[in-house]
Design a protein around this ligand. Sequence first.
Ligand code: PGA
Length: 258
Amino acid sequence: MRKLLIAGNWKMNNGPEETKQLLSGIKKQLEGQHLDVEVLVCPTFISLAAANESLRDQNQVQLGAQNMHFVDSGAYTGEISGIMLKESGCRYVILGHSERRQYFGETDEGVNTKALKALQVGLRPIICVGETLDERKSDSHFEVVSRQIKGAFKELPDTQLNEVVVAYEPVWAIGTGETATPDQAQEMHKFIRNELANLYNEQKAANIRILYGGSMKPDNAEELLSQPDVDGGLIGGASLKAQSFAAIISTAQTIASK
Ligand code: PGA
């Protein structure tokens, strides 16, 4: 049984002070609730310490980062390693987000190296995949996502697959207000699960969570999260307000408790 994961990707928003405020708002919204879903926030590196401090007195919200380097330490000016993230309280790390691929030249091979390291240091990688609008229009979206999955999962130890999360984020739906239809999301999620079954086996693929990302909001969360192969959301814009993030969590909780 896959536990739904609702993850907030804060991107380059919220310094330490704003982080404390937003987390205090989120905690207030979730106060007293029993959750059968996992909740995660991924602030920017500089706000991780503040977030870790704010989350110390509770166990509903976990902490993650938005990127990491692929070695533990060394001469890599400006970089942050997985063990540093662990020490800062992170349980998850987002890898290969399309913005990192688009603006910082990240490749499938690089994502793979980082995913291997994340698992080695005890972080759960959230591996992002997804096609651009041109790729969807030219009908190459399955081919693109297949290549991204095969590249990112290369030699990932099958004993640790339960720790790995995939996020399908069609680039044309990120921050645009345009969402994949529930059918489009389900179709691609099922395809990804099949690809994983081909790489490993059906049972292992059935345990890997596949999140949807791209303009998920309180008013479309239910139809997306109800799809059989959609195991949660990676949420940008709507995770920056306590109320909308909590509303999506509550939708997920309703689905999980059915
Ligand atoms: P969005 O971002 O929800 O603002 O579209 C999602 C993401 O990029 O992870």
